[in-house]
Design a protein around this ligand. Sequence first.
Ligand code: 13P
Length: 253
Amino acid sequence: MTRQRIAAGNWKLHTTVTEGCDLTKAIVQGWQGANAKVIVGPPFTHLAEVVEICSGSSVQVAAQNCFYKNEGAYTGEVSPRILTQLGVQYVILGHSERRQYFNESNSDILQKLHAALGEGMQPILCCGEPLEIRERSTHEAHVRRQLEESVFQLPEKDFGRIVVAYEPIWAIGTGKTATPEQAQEMHAYIRNLIRQNLGEGTANDTSILYGGSVKPANAADLFAQADVDGGLIGGASLKAESFLEIANTLNSI
Ligand code: 13P
């Protein structure tokens, strides 16, 4: 897979099915860009209808999580097989909120990566440091460990289907965005780690998205950075207008 510009919406636990379908329809109708990929990430319950609304358009669909087994006695879980059967292509894995509230470890995330890739999905793997780590200036080591214990365990051929999202936790939902320079510094660092672990070709081909209070007002400056290939967008993806404005910014760079 070659490097792509991507605007991915992570809706988290927002919208009812009806609201989510309306939002998807507005995004599908409003999106005309050809130079960027648009992905919507609704809650599980919305996926079947959202996939249906997106079919025939270029808008793709992501789940926000999946389990690491395809079936069994695992009450409440959703498998990659269920997702692919619905037509869901992408899955967000290792989001900081899953790590924080559901105790997901790097090894859990690695198992989920294997399961999702095994069903042909494209994982969007999240990494990023909390505020106290940033204040101690150990954020590079923190992110390196997250990647070394998860995606860098994968063979090079699998990495071709991975999208990486760098999301500094102190910038998520806080209105406090990393500066374009801070984002670029970490994206270049991550791309360099990919280069060291998987070679130049994989490093150049991997899309690395920035997440953390991306808005129409700051998107252009963030996306203008050499190693920022797009955004994983929370709050601003819940309104078609702001999400499309961000996606259009990316499309026209
Ligand atoms: P916000 O855009 O609301 O800060 O959320 C970012 C995020 O966590 C996307 O996954």
